[in-house]
Write a new protein. Structure first.
Length: 109
């Protein structure tokens, strides 16, 4: 009998961490995050257009990161500033650090 791997069987924290990792799993999204971080956590849309993708692709990924709660937008049409949700990133960074901390056991064997 094949094993059933139901997504609902996983810990909520593991699902949250997995979803965050999937949201950042594309190089264009990492580039968006990096540019925002390099600019003191505040950039306008045009600053992101230096990424070597077409504008529509960048805008699509910015919108998706915003819908996922990773990016925040302030301002009004034509004058929007994007920033990273710092509390979410700090929480996820901590969770990843905790996960990877356990890899040290591999180096002792």
């Amino acid at each position: 009998m094949p094993l059933s791997y139901s997504y609902s069987n996983f810990d909520e924290g593991d699902k949250e961490l997995s979803n965050f990792a999937k949201a950042l799993a594309l190089p264009v999204r990492i580039a968006i995050i990096r540019i925002i971080m390099e600019n003191n956590n505040a950039v306008n849309r045009e600053a992101l257009w230096e990424i070597p993708f077409n504008i529509e692709t960048i805008n699509k990924h910015v919108a998706e990161l915003k819908n996922l709660g990773i990016l925040k937008a302030q301002g009004f049409k034509g004058h929007i500033t994007y920033s990273i949700d710092q509390s979410l990133f700090e929480h996820m960074a901590y969770r990843f650090a905790e996960l990877f901390k356990h890899t040290r056991i591999f180096s002792t064997n």
